[in-house]
Write a protein that binds this ligand. Sequence first.
Ligand code: NI
Length: 161
Amino acid sequence: MEDVLEDFVRTVEEASARLLSLTDAEAAVPLAEGKWSAKETLGHLVDSAANNHQRFVRAQFKEDLVFQGYAQEDWVRAQDYQDEPWPLLVNLWKFYNLHLAHVIGRAPERERLRPRREHNLHEIGFAPVPADEPATLEHLMRDYVEHLKSHLSQIFEGGGQ
Ligand code: NI
């Protein structure tokens, strides 16, 4: 987990500096036709952080890894990220993720690596775990970072969802 954490923190630090160099207007342009803008994509990552924050902590106090999903498009639409100041969004995203790095770093190994037979990571995972295979909290944490990185490349290299 150490390797992932280091890479995670560096990714967040570097990306936030790069994101802050975009103007508000640039950040509001769709990344591809009919797709989210940088603002909406980063907003989606704030939603992901908020949902996974809950999961990372709750998982330490229960047996299973069954969590509520969230309707991503609806969440982005309901919060109107397009109309929120870009620097606020970038800093919210940055500091929320630095906190999550702290949370991940504090999760005891026995909780991170304990196999959980009951889970729904085939439904809520970015890289899904089959329903009939046990999953771990550590998988969910690594999966969270992969999801974040994939959306960052959409912002920096174009594309989008
Ligand atoms: Ni996503």
